[in-house]
Design a protein around this ligand. Structure first.
Ligand code: G3I
Length: 342
């Protein structure tokens, strides 16, 4: 049969085969393009998470959107000092445990937030007078909380917001009573409590190169030079509309070059619900995702909430990827596309 096929006929059959192969590969590759934030991020080796609050766990669309779209969670308030050790030595984890077990049952990574922060401290901490007593209380808190969640936390925000905008140390109770050493002491206590968690320093207004992010950079470089355990830096990235710094990628890269992971930890964008603002918001979110994807050690992006209506900024800020009715906003689409999803 074959020796009767002319040269032309063989060419036509080969061309038809190649075209069929090309078209089917295009179709299947399109069909298999990721269609959720979490799956698109996973295809890029990243986690895409959201801050969650047990306050809203009774709302079905809140959980269904979380479970469908996100591959990571950060407890918005449930792991903070006031929630976990309301009185000295007495630990309460029920709300945080609810988030952890939900995340584990849905294969989500968990960012612990946050072990040492000047805000949301119970009164008894603020009333401690001696340096050594506060140091003991801090160490015991870290051991109690990080120990309770041992093995379940991918990244811990060990210390949150310890620097001022000019790069000086914030005059928190920890800074004032213990001194500069409180940060490294906290990281050492966290490493002892959960050797498998990656330990992060977390702050805001540090997504670009400025006095604050450079102060953090210098601290991380110093920690690395002295063998102080630190594995990650969290960039909260609470954006003002239209103000994604042009040097965000190079800023993230300089930290990665120190040998730490970088995480976008609290991403939101204070827009308003006018259509022009929402288009700008979509562009802002796209830029942040592109900056993260350009840095191989940028392993995780977390938005500080799921739906606009529960944002800490208030519903009118329209700061997140889903509106108050859980509809996908232009920023959702720009993020999904930036992640390579369809
Ligand atoms: O738990 C009490 C409740 O008992 C009381 O009835 C209620 C009304 O007063 O307040 C509740 O506490 C609130 C808490 O959230 C828990 O819902 C506080 O008033 C409220 O101030 C607190 O706000 C949180 C804020 O941190 C505190 O600074 C926001 O939800 C949370 O999104 C926000 O998150 C921080 C990050 O942890 C760190 N980076 C900045 C980010 C935004 O501020």
């Amino acid at each position: 049969m074959f020796h009767h096929i002319t040269r032309k006929g063989f060419f036509v059959i080969t061309l038809a085969f190649l075209l069929t192969t090309l078209l089917s590969s295009m179709f299947f590759s399109k069909a298999s393009a990721a269609s959720t934030l979490g799956s698109a991020a996973a295809a890029k080796g990243r986690t895409f998470g959201a801050a969650v609050s047990t306050t809203h766990f009774g709302e079905s669309q809140y959980l269904s959107t979380l479970d469908a779209q996100f591959s990571g969670v950060t407890p918005e308030n449930e792991m903070k000092w006031d929630a976990t050790e309301p009185s000295r030595g007495s630990f309460t984890f029920s709300a945080a445990d609810m988030i952890v077990s939900h995340a584990q049952s849905h294969g989500m990574k968990i960012r612990g937030h946050t072990l040492v922060w000047h805000n949301q401290l119970p009164g008894w901490v603020s009333n401690i007078s001696s340096s050594s007593d506060l140091l003991n209380a801090m160490r015991n808190h870290i051991a109690g909380v990080a120990g309770h969640f041992r093995g379940k936390i991918t990244y811990w925000d060990v210390v949150n917001e310890a620097f001022n905008e000019d790069g000086s140390r914030r005059a928190s109770i920890f800074q004032q009573k213990i001194g500069n050493v409180f940060i490294e002491d906290a990281f050492q206590a966290a490493r002892a409590a959960d050797p498998n968690a990656k330990l992060c320093y977390n702050d805001f207004n540090t997504q670009g190169i400025n006095a604050k992010s450079t102060a953090v950079f210098n601290m991380v470089r110093d920690f690395k030079s002295r063998g102080i355990p630190i594995d990650c830096v969290g960039f909260q990235t609470h954006l003002t509309l239209g103000q994604v710094p042009s040097d965000m990628q190079s800023n993230l890269q300089r930290f990665a070059n120190l040998g730490v992971d970088v995480n976008i930890t609290e991403l939101d964008d204070n827009a308003n619900s006018s259509s022009s603002a929402l288009q700008q918001e979509a562009t802002d979110y796209q830029k942040v995702v592109q900056a993260c994807l350009a840095v191989s050690r940028c392993t995780s992006i977390t938005t500080w909430g799921i739906t606009d209506k529960f944002s800490w900024l208030g519903a009118n800020a329209a700061a997140l990827l889903f509106d108050g009715n859980y509809n996908k906003k232009p920023a959702y689409t720009s993020v999904l596309h930036a992640l390579g999803g369809a």
